[in-house]
Design a protein around this ligand. Structure first.
Ligand code: NAD
Length: 252
């Protein structure tokens, strides 16, 4: 049917940063299943190579905080696959520490990966897509870009994610007339390595579930379809939007 075929990514080339594990791995799987040729770009070559092999996709090593490395990774994708149609800028880290004693380095590290890294990847993907006159970028935001989490302190993370959502809107406006769409997906709590420490903490776990109307965390595979949608022609009139997938967390 025309509606379902608009979700097909057949013939498209995609890059997913932070695709070695967690939400990124599920996004890689979703894009692959929808027909795209996918490259995992990750700082961790051991896990990244193994995941790529298991999923039958490509791997390219890249630290998103290094803009030269990001450019080299996108060059590798374009020279290998011939083009870049979809960029999912998903790599991220969290640091939990009270703000009154947060060290400069810890603030900077979170901003470097979660905001600078997303900008470097958007710039690398966007410049190549604008030259083609087509492309779709999906950034991983977070509900933390809309609310501030409780009870854990993570001001750098929350500020970076708010930045990702507004960077997304800014780029969407700049590039909308030239064929490049830029959107974000903002998950609530998802069961991955990033949230494992919190889920192992009885107080945090209780607060996280109590704050989520659905009273559970998501699986990574519940986030991936939102990314596939925004990356596909099914979202041809979506740009600058943030799709919140949070089990209702932000309604309370
Ligand atoms: P994860 O820790 O399981 O995976 C993160 C991946 O990013 C890893 O493969 C890691 O190697 C990679 N990475 C880290 N630093 C990198 C760098 N500098 N360059 C390249 N790759 C790097 O985490 P996850 O939960 O899957 O998170 C993925 C994204 O989703 C992040 O942006 C995170 O902030 C966001 N998010 C997660 C949740 C959640 O509850 N898990 C909620 C909202 C948003």
């Amino acid at each position: 049917t025309p509606t379902l075929s608009a979700f097909s990514l057949s013939g498209r080339t995609a890059v997913v940063t932070g695709g070695a594990q967690g939400i990124g791995e599920a996004i890689v799987t979703g894009l692959r299943d929808s027909g795209a040729r996918v490259f995992i770009a990750d700082i961790n070559p051991e896990v990244g190579e193994a995941t790529a092999q298991r999923l039958g996709v490509d791997f390219v090593a890249a630290d998103v905080t290094d803009s030269d490395a990001v450019e080299a990774a996108f060059d590798h994708v374009v020279s290998t696959a011939g083009r870049i149609d979809i960029a999912v800028n998903n790599a991220g880290i969290v640091h939990n520490h009270p703000s009154e004693s947060l060290a400069d380095d810890d603030w900077r590290k979170v901003l470097a990966v979660n905001l600078d890294g997303v900008f470097y990847c958007c710039r690398a993907a966007g410049s190549r897509m604008l030259a083609q006159g087509a492309g779709a970028i999906v950034n991983t935001g977070s509900m933390s870009g809309h609310i501030s989490n409780f009870p854990q302190a993570q001001s750098a993370y929350n500020a970076a994610k708010a930045g990702v959502i507004h960077l997304t809107k800014s780029l969407a406006g700049e590039w909308a007339g030239r064929g490049v769409r830029v959107n974000s997906v903002s998950p609530g709590y998802v069961g991955t390595e990033l949230t494992q420490r919190g889920m192992d903490n009885a107080e945090w776990r209780r607060a996280w579930l109590a704050g989520t109307p659905m009273n559970r965390v998501a699986t990574p595979s519940e986030i991936a379809p939102a990314v596939v949608f925004l990356a596909s022609d099914a979202a041809s009139f979506c740009t600058g939007t943030d799709l919140v997938v949070d089990g209702g967390y932000t309604v309370w």
